[in-house]
Write a protein that binds this ligand. Structure first.
Ligand code: 5AD
Ligand code: SF4
Length: 482
């Protein structure tokens, strides 16, 4: 019996979302059709293990999946991603409803694993390697449907060699590997030719791109280069209006990368800069290798290079031993660096990481209270920033209709969600950029109205820097650390 259709459920980060896209594309090339889970013959779950809660999603899902499988004869279930990488064939042994398990380096083997499963053979492949083979993927299949027209993820590096003490990623994603620049540029040119206007460069520590090669003098032989040089090459591609990158590590902002924010028009005036904590003592226990003041200086340098640049961040509260004073240092850094938004998390011990063995766990109620206090401060900063934008202009890349009917929703270059009434833009399709005037600020988004020169501007660049309002958050001067 031949299986013809697949569906993929994705948990976790943008890297996982992009891996699911790559997998969908591989399965389309292998002759399978995309379907909703209710209609599919093969269901793949792409898992996340960054925090305990994320990992448990797989386990709570598996009961449901058993019923899904029993509902139609011959259905198959595969599990990939970070939990699969950690657990390997133990998952097959524990869950008889699973047919195949693949790790984060083995996407390319999945079509063969599906075929083996169709022939009754269960398999697990979580082998890892430093080889660049995993980046050799087919180009977009004609039936591949991008989740956001106009925007595409583009992998520039994978893996992480930083080993922050709380983090499972170096275990689940393996060592840092950077793709040759020519392959990245080639993929970007292909995406631009297909109508993509915004590139989101992906890597666990994306601005560490090429660093090992550059340091050892191997950059030219391995085809990598400094991250800032890669950005310049991508910014020169006709049709590429916007470039973002996620997630950078504060340690790898050299002067050239900071300067790129002033020099490269398509480079968006927004950096998502995970800082995790504002306390130097906690940062040292996390092995983050920078201080709160390093972050203040970096924020200042970036804003000097690109006035109006927006910073957002990731924060962890309740790291082992975190005192009230250490937590307050985080609140101060969030204020001083002027973060406009943040993802904040309660620390979750990950088995096998150094922090999981640290003493002085923070009580759950204390961590919860800190999380709420932090989120309240972040909400206030978001709203203050949104209010500072009222009256200004923005180019909005339309992504689709928002849940509230009759509204088009998109993002501006500063990565803020902007909603506009659809009636003002009857001819605009997702993937197009429209210019609006910001009429109203809400806690979660901005409301745009047609500008005097309103309409679709598929060929327009980001706004000139001069028309961008300042974020209104001051910080002290100085150089960044390298
Ligand atoms: N506990 C809580 N949050 C974590 N993160 C990573 N590991 C953990 C953990 N063990 C958060 C960090 C990171 C984001 C992707 O997830 O803030 O930047
Ligand atoms: Fe995890 Fe730290 Fe690597 Fe980020 S830099 S993926 S937090 S180990």
């Amino acid at each position: 019996m031949a299986f013809r259709s697949f569906a993929i459920r994705t948990f976790g980060c943008q890297m996982n979302v992009h891996d699911s896209d790559k997998l969908a594309n591989l399965l389309l090339h292998a002759g399978y059709a995309a379907a909703e889970p209710d209609d599919a013959d093969v269901l793949v779950v792409n898992t996340c293990s960054i925090r305990e809660k994320a990992e448990h999603k797989l386990y709570s899902d598996l009961g449901l999946l058993r019923r899904w499988k029993a509902a139609r004869e011959g259905r198959l279930i595969g599990v990939g991603g970070c939990v699969a990488q950690q657990e390997g064939d133990a998952l097959l042994a524990r869950f008889p409803q699973l047919d195949f398990v693949f790790g984060t380096h083995n996407l390319r083997h999945v079509p063969a694993m599906v075929r083996a499963a169709e022939a009754g053979q269960r398999s697990a492949d979580v082998s890892t390697s430093r080889s660049l083979d995993r980046f050799d993927l087919p180009e977009r299949h004609p039936q591949f449907e991008a989740s956001t027209p106009g925007r595409a993820f583009l992998t520039v590096m994978e893996g992480c060699d930083m080993f922050c003490t709380f983090c499972i990623v170096p275990t689940t994603r393996g060592r840092e590997v950077s793709r040759p620049a020519d392959a990245i540029v080639c993929e970007a040119e292909d995406l631009a030719a297909r109508g993509v206007v915004e590139l989101v460069l992906l890597g666990q520590t994306v601005n560490a791109y090429g660093r090992h090669d550059v340091r050892r003098g191997h950059a030219s032989s391995n085809g990598t280069m400094r991250f800032s040089a890669l950005l310049a090459r991508l910014a020169a591609i006709p049709g590429i209006e916007r470039i973002r990158y996620t997630s950078p590590h504060p340690l790898f902002f050299d002067e050239a990368l900071v300067a790129a924010h002033g020099d490269l028009a398509p480079l968006c005036p927004h950096v998502h800069l995970p800082v995790q904590s504002g306390s130097d003592a906690v940062l040292a226990r996390m092995r983050r290798r920078y201080t709160g003041d390093d972050v203040r200086r970096l924020a200042e340098s970036l804003r000097r290079a690109r006035p109006g640049l927006v910073l957002t961040t990731d924060l962890i509260v309740g790291f082992p031993g975190e005192t009230d004073a250490e937590f307050e240092a985080t609140l101060r850094l969030v204020r001083d660096a002027g973060f406009v938004d943040a993802f904040s998390f309660k620390y979750s011990p990950r088995p096998g990481t150094p922090a999981a063995g640290l003493p002085d766990a923070v009580a759950e109620e204390v961590a919860q209270a800190r999380l709420e206090a932090l989120q309240a401060q972040v909400r206030a900063q978001t709203l203050a920033y949104h209010r500072s934008r009222v009256g200004g202009e923005a180019d909005v890349l339309i992504e689709g209709r928002s849940r509230r009917a009759q509204q088009l929703a998109g993002r501006d270059p500063w990565h803020r969600v902007v909603n506009v009434a659809a009636e003002h833009f009857p001819d605009v399709a997702p993937g197009q950029i429209v210019r609006v005037r910001i009429a109203e600020a809400t806690p979660h988004s901005l409301i745009g109205e047609p500008d005097a020169s309103a309409g679709a501007h598929p060929g327009s660049r980001n706004l000139p820097v001069a028309s961008v309002p300042e974020s209104g958050f001051a910080s002290g001067a100085v150089a960044i650390r390298r």
